[in-house]
Design a protein around this ligand. Sequence first.
Ligand code: SIN
Length: 368
Amino acid sequence: MDRTAFIVSIIVAVICASLLYLAGAEDSSQNSGSKAVPTTIIFSHVVGQHTPKGIGALMFKRLVKERLADKVAVQVYPNALLYSDGFKGVTDKRDKVMDALKAGKVHLAAPSLSQLSDKHPALKIFDLPFLFEDGEEADKFYQENQKLLVASLEKDRYRVLAHWQGGMKQLSANKSLKAPSDVQNLTFRIQFSNTVEASFTAMGAEVKKMDFEAVYKALERGEIDGQENTWSNIYSEKYFEIGNQYFRETNHGYLGYLLITHATFWDKLSSDERSTLEKIIKEVTEEVNEQAKRQEGEAKEKLKGKSIKVEKIDREEWCGAIWGNPEKRKDLLSQIDVKLLKSAKTVSTDQNRCPFPQIGDVESSAVD
Ligand code: SIN
């Protein structure tokens, strides 16, 4: 054997020995139930740490550390530090969190239902104005229809792990909104949802679809006149500081989240890890939902404590203004699954309140 062949054979032997050692280390770590390097779950979301979703993300991280310390580690990136929520758009080509999940750049996200609904129309029902009274009603509806609601996401190999309540949406604008006609010609920031857009244009308002993290500056610069969000997001984002916003307690729509991972990541975890994570997620979901309920009242009171006037609307008047026009109603109900609509009616505690009487005709003509 010449000198070069000798050196090559030594290198090959060292590489083989290292590979065998590593394989052995992996085997023995599996036997002892621990990994040499824990799997990392990168959890990306867009809101503050003290909101229901922010608290949920941190609780998830803490419980994973307590129960799976040597196997799984969680990194939480709030405030859109990594990605905006939703999917890459037609004009805005940046990857958003759903694209990043698919690419394996993040492993957990909790985008709002509205950010998903244009691509997954079964979720559009959550964007219908005044359909759900509160988060609990929306959650009951979700639990009863879960399979149908998430079927197309699952088909795209996303794994939906939970529904988290956010709360009811409220309005603010740079002019006091007493009657529905007051929104005419004002521009509101909304999420990337054609159904939410239809509810604003039904009242004669304009909309600008925009990422959550861009809203404060857009309000400050006067690029938009108003916005809609939960009390906890409004308080956490400090929209009250801007000075030109009048707040209205409208409860006009529901904001909820899906906790989502991707099959490529999730299915690679061991079944023990998955089952521990699922138990953790159940506990976290209860806490998030509790927080959503609590913060709805607390954040509103905190705003009042800052001398912000929070006035209620006449619900029937506003709901009637949106749902009363048959043409606009068609836009709102476009792509809404009639089976889901019927179920939402069943879940409601008051089936005679707007919008059910208004949509009754559409429902019966669309059935079968
Ligand atoms: C969130 O709560 O995730 C923010 C929703 C929004 O974009 O308004």
